[in-house]
Design a protein around this ligand. Sequence first.
Ligand SMILES: [Zn+2]
Length: 140
Amino acid sequence: MIRKRKADNATKIFYNLEQLKKICAEWQTRLKLQDWTIDVKLVRYYEDIEGLAGQIEWWEHTREAVIRLLDPHDIPEPPRHGTASTDLETVLVHELLHLHFACCTNAKAHPPDSPSRIMIEQSINAITMGLINLKRESNN
Ligand SMILES: [Zn+2]
């Protein structure tokens, strides 16, 4: 889960589902998550993703997951304060990293807004930004 936040990086690296799937496969390999079957979907603002920029659902026993990201068409440009991040690659990596924490992010044990869940989300955010920055620095 990643909450809507003020955008600080207006990078849009994909504009359609085909491009998203390619980027997701790249990150899946980079993060050593090849043993997961991951379905990615773009959802419109009027579909229910609980006001989030991204969302993931997973089934550990079958190692399957579905990631839903807000459609780039629904991200305002320029970004407005309080709107979803325009940096969908960051959102994607955040959601993928949840799979590494799957064993300790049970929703019953760690409900949203519980201290443990907030700590997990903050850890995932920190790792996400580290990885994204490394990738982008190495591309420059
Ligand atoms: Zn999250």
